[in-house]
Design a protein around this ligand. Sequence first.
Ligand code: FAD
Length: 448
Amino acid sequence: MINEKRILKQNKYEYKSGAVVYWMQRDQRAFDNWALIFARQLALENDVPLFVVFNLVPDFLEATIRQYGFMLRGLKETEAILAENNIPFHLVEGDPTENIPNFVNEINAGVLVSDFNPLKIVRIWKKDVLEKISIPYYTVDAHNVVPAWVVSQKTEFAAYTIRPKINKLLPEFLDDFPEDISVPKHNLDFPEFDLDDVKSRLKINFEVTESDFFKPGTKAGAITLKNFIRTKLNDYNEKRNDPNETAISGLSPYYHFGQIAPQRAALEVKNSGKDDKSVDAYLEELIVRRELSDNFCLYNKNYDSFEGFHDWARATLNEHREDKREYIYTLEEFEKSNTHDPLWNAAQSEVVKTGKMHGYMRMYWAKKILEWTPSPEDALKIGIYLNDKYQLDGRDPNGYVGVAWSIGGVHDRAWTERPVYGKIRYMNYNGAKRKFDVQGYIDKIDRL
Ligand SMILES: Cc1cc2nc3c(=O)[nH]c(=O)nc-3n(C[C@H](O)[C@H](O)[C@H](O)COP(=O)(O)OP(=O)(O)OC[C@H]3O[C@@H](n4cnc5c(N)ncnc54)[C@H](O)[C@@H]3O)c2cc1C
């Protein structure tokens, strides 16, 4: 049974009759998916068919074939798992605000369920869909362990303000998932989608190639999780900030596309019996920090702009607008790893080559963009653009918040004042050198 607090009813309509449709968006998996679990529950209770529909938009926020390819291959696997469980999967292409209401009408659906995403564009789609349908519509938070609207009803100031709220609710929400997702067979089915056909209709950048370093899909995600727990988790607490070590999980692309549930990972890590400090450190990142990002995007509509920064951060950045910048680079120079700093260039090359930059380097990378651009607005724009274009996990609340933390002190505090940064936390090459073998990292990326 699903905890009802995970479910949000979005309109006044009551269920009368007809099939259940799960409009899959952010949580692109068959198992461990509270939205699908709820949709299935409704279908079984009313003895009606259950359908999953996925709307593919032909372009989306700088995403390239790197991210689309990862997503579509993951969806192919999800389609197959759903079929094994008698759940038809239908991929439609184009505008979701047209396609979803049309689909609902075509099959005479009686109820629409979707997963939760705090990003603006998705919320606009949902609002439009809501206006066009006259059946009950539910949103289920299948991405956060504690549903975003339950943990807090306002923008949290920092990790220390949301942490006690999450910890208090974890005993209630960190529960296990039901295993059975199957439904009785019904007659209506859809042809499987053709990956190459679908790809050929995308209106995106095909030059940023798909990554050879990350295999998409729920199965690959589950193997990555298993290997992380077995071979790396014990080192996570001490070594996660060293980009030469492989102590991090590498799971963010799978979380981003919902190919595995963060809650599944949290359960496995918690029960792993591995080093306590490492288990706690991982759960802090996976639950507290990640869910803090969803909180920020849910309640701060300026999550991707200067106006979204705290008052103190805007004030200090404004005071330092006219400070002389020692270096100024164009977007192209950044993109081509063409700065004077070999460490920065290596970080940019890492994401271009592999599709994922190490977490420690992401902070350094974004802070230097603030230092080497004419204004914080330029820095934010370039940071988000490059993040969304090259990272497999880009266009995620974590990405907007990560860039805003680095450039605008979001969820951080004021530090010692200095040129350009003002009171925003500073990072530099020598600091990195004290923490890890910088040359070793540069050489490693060079060899890729
Ligand atoms: C400038 C900048 C940009 C970033 N862009 C993104 C992005 O586009 N997408 C993205 O998912 N993350 C982003 N992050 C957050 C973090 O760097 C990545 O989540 C992490 O590096 C992903 O690698 P991993 O899964 O191997 O990390 P692990 O260390 O193994 O962490 C496990 C999980 O915990 C969560 N997590 C870890 N660090 C953070 C953090 N600082 N904030 C919130 N959640 C965290 C993520 O879900 C991550 O997958 C960004 C951070 C910064 C500073």
